[in-house]
Design a protein around this ligand. Structure first.
Ligand code: TYD
Length: 209
C-alpha cells in the first residue's frame, strides 16, 4: 500500500506521518517513510539544488528536477519496498508538482501529469491525505515571513503568500477532480483530532490488527 501526505508548507504533515508510522508498525506492518524530494542519494542532491535560496530556477527546470528526483525515488526505493510488502508513506508526491508547479507557477497541468506518468511508470498512491489550512495560518510555521522563522526560508518558501494561496487552491481542485482516494484534513484542527481522523481513515482500509 502506498500512502501520500500533501499540503502547503507548514501544514503539519510530518507530525502525523510519524504518528501513522507508529500506528501501522504497532499493527505489525513494515513501514517505509520517505520524503520528496529526497529519500536516496541522487534525489537528496537534487533536493539541495532545488531548495538552495541562492539559485534561480526556471519553472520548467524546477518541474523537471522535482520529477527527476521522483523518478529515481520510485525506481530505487518505492517500487522495491512495495514489492517486498512494505507500506510506503511518502511526504509529498505527484500532487505536489501539480499544486506547486501547476497551480502555483502556472505550468500546464496536463504536461505535469504526462511527465510524471512517464517518470513514475504510472505509479499512483492508494490513499492521499491533503492537509489543508489557510495560508495565513501556515505562514508562521513554515517561515516564509522570515522575521518569524527560526531558520532562513528555503527557495520554495521564498515564493510568497500569493504563490501559496494558488498552491492551496490547487490542492483543493485536485481533491475535487480526482477519482483517487483523497482525504482533506483540516490542518488547523487540534493535533489529537487530526490523529484520530487519519487513524479512522486508515483503519477503514487496513483491517488486520
Ligand atoms: P520541504 O522542506 O520538504 O517542505 P515540507 O516540509 O513543507 O514538505 O521542501 C520541499 C519543498 O518543495 C516544498 O516547498 C514543496 C516543494 N515541492 C514542489 O514544489 N514540487 C514538488 O513536486 C515537490 C515534491 C515539492
Amino acid at each position: 500500500m502506498f500512502i501520500t501526505f500533501e499540503g502547503i508548507d507548514g501544514s503539519g504533515k510530518s507530525t502525523q506521518i510519524q504518528f501513522l508510522k507508529t500506528l501501522l508498525e504497532d499493527k505489525g506492518h513494515k513501514v517505509t517513510v520517505l520524503r520528496e524530494p529526497g529519500g536516496n542519494i541522487v534525489s537528496e542532491k537534487i533536493r539541495t539544488l532545488l531548495l538552495d535560496s541562492q539559485e534561480q530556477i526556471e519553472p520548467r527546470s524546477e518541474l523537471l528536477l522535482f520529477t527527476a528526483a521522483r523518478a529515481q525515488l520510485v525506481s530505487k526505493v518505492i517500487r522495491p519496498a512495495l514489492e517486498s510488502g512494505d507500506i510506503v508513506i511518502c511526504d509529498r508526491y505527484i500532487d505536489s508538482s501539480v499544486a506547486y508547479q501547476g497551480y502555483g507557477r502556472g505550468l500546464s497541468i496536463k504536461d505535469i501529469e504526462q511527465i510524471n506518468a512517464f517518470a513514475t511508470n504510472d505509479l499512483i498512491p492508494d490513499i492521499t491525505f491533503i492537509f489543508d489550512l489557510p495560508v495565513e495560518d501556515a505562514a508562521i510555521r513554515a517561515g516564509f515571513r522570515s522575521t518569524d522563522s527560526k531558520s532562513a526560508p528555503d527557495r520554495m518558501e521564498q515564493s510568497g503568500e500569493e504563490f501559496f494561496k494558488k498552491t492551496r487552491e490547487g490542492y483543493l481542485r485536485i481533491a475535487e477532480s480526482s477519482e483517487r482516494k483523497i482525504f482533506i484534513i483540516k490542518a488547523n484542527d487540534d493535533v489529537e483530532d487530526i490523529r484520530e481522523q487519519v487513524k479512522n481513515i486508515i483503519d477503514s482500509f487496513i483491517t488486520n490488527t
